[in-house]
Design a protein around this ligand. Structure first.
Ligand code: FES
Ligand SMILES: [Fe+2]
Length: 374
């Protein structure tokens, strides 16, 4: 499938002349398959916070564009990521999350694996010619961790996570993300393309309308980045991570730099992870594409570790969870309307506003990874 080159050229024009991407960019299963192959199987994707698997044997499973995978903490304290299937005849082995103990046992014919992935037991295989159990450990994925955020990648080639992220760690350094703790998650099943979710998160053009009764109208500025990420900052002297007009329930993070004090960073760490960082908290929106018109959106929330020790931590934190969930659901409502319209045979791409500059940047990063002409 090729998208119309004229439409792609119009989507790539300077922002004051640019149009939206053609509908097929968001609706065509062939484009979705190209994204899977050329983007999701080739780049780092976010799994979870490291502290959510504190003990040896702790595991969590994920359905990813590469298929089912499992993250497991080994007896040596190291996290490892495996394809979540058995090397005999391919049953899924782990479900949900929990602790595997010393061994991962296949529920089909009881092959078992050490939690570092090596094959341990394989009953009734002694007559299999040329079978060497050393060759049948679990299939591994590369893993890399920045400031407690665990990412995996299918391909063994390409830049390390830090290189991929460019100057994102620097921009977020004064929030001390390595000292954050994950406290809350909600997952929404959204009937829209994954890119629409991230584009929406990178503009404040819609906030006074879609979020009229919650966060309301906002102003933002685009910040320069190097590496595979983009960034806007919503300008506000007080945290926008809660809906109150009063002071935020938690104090600002100590030692924020001058830029960070001015508002909330909204980012896309390509391909599909968003960090949103206010003066007092961090949350993420992580998109897992399921189909061209379906995405699982995980919203996760973190606070500086010492806030968790406050005796009234939970009632204070509840104001943040409420805001994140309400605002995410408002966005989902409008995005599902947009997806329905994009499926129309009558759809024609419309012009962009200067406030859509990072919407355009999001789309163009994808276009370039798919090697589409523009
Ligand atoms: S499929 Fe796992 S033991 Fe047979
Ligand atoms: Fe929004």
């Amino acid at each position: 499938m090729q998208l119309d080159p004229t439409a792609l050229a119009a989507a790539s024009a300077p922002i004051n002349q640019a149009r939206s991407m053609p509908a097929g960019f968001y609706t065509d299963p062939a484009i979705f398959e190209e994204e899977r192959r050329d983007i999701f199987l080739k780049h780092w994707f976010f799994l979870c916070r490291e502290e959510t698997l504190p003990n040896a044997g702790d595991y969590r499973t994920f359905d990813t564009p590469a298929g089912p995978i499992a993250l497991v903490r080994g007896p040596d304290g190291k996290l490892r990521c495996f394809a979540n299937y058995c090397r005999h005849r391919g049953s899924i082995m782990l479900e949900g999350s929990g602790n595997t103990g010393n061994r991962i046992m296949c529920p089909y014919h009881a092959w078992s694996y050490f939690s570092d992935g090596r094959l341990y037991g394989c009953p009734d295989m002694k007559d299999a010619e040329g079978f060497d159990r050393v060759e049948y450990g679990l299939v591994t994925l590369d893993l890399d961790i920045w400031a407690g955020f665990v990412f995996a990648r299918v391909t063994k080639d390409g830049p390390a996570l830090m290189e991929h992220l460019g100057d994102l760690p620097q921009r977020l350094a004064s929030h001390k993300p390595q000292e954050m703790r994950h406290v809350w998650t909600t997952t929404l099943d959204v009937a829209c393309n994954w890119k629409l979710i991230l584009e929406n998160a990178m503009e404040t053009y819609h906030t006074g309308i879609v979020h009229k009764t919650t966060v309301g109208a906002q102003q933002s500025r685009t910040l320069p980045t190097t590496g595979n990420w983009i960034c806007i900052q919503v300008i506000s002297g007080r945290s926008i991570a809660t809906l109150t007009d009063e002071v935020a329930p938690f104090p600002p993070i100590e030692g924020l730099d001058d830029d960070a004090r001015q508002g909330t960073y909204f980012t896309v760490a390509f391909p599909a992870m968003q960090f949103a960082v206010s003066q007092d908290a961090l949350w993420w929106l992580n998109c897992t594409p399921v189909a061209a018109d379906r995405t699982l959106l995980e919203v996760g929330g973190c606070f500086p570790a010492d806030r968790l020790d406050l005796p009234d931590f939970e009632p204070r934190a509840a104001a943040y969870y409420d805001r994140w969930e309400r605002v995410a659901k408002e966005d989902v409502g409008i995005l599902e309307k947009q997806q329905r319209a994009l499926a129309s045979a009558l759809y024609r791409p419309g012009p962009l506003s200067w406030r859509d500059d990072m919407v355009q940047a999001m789309g163009l990063w994808v276009v370039d990874r798919l090697n589409l002409p523009r």
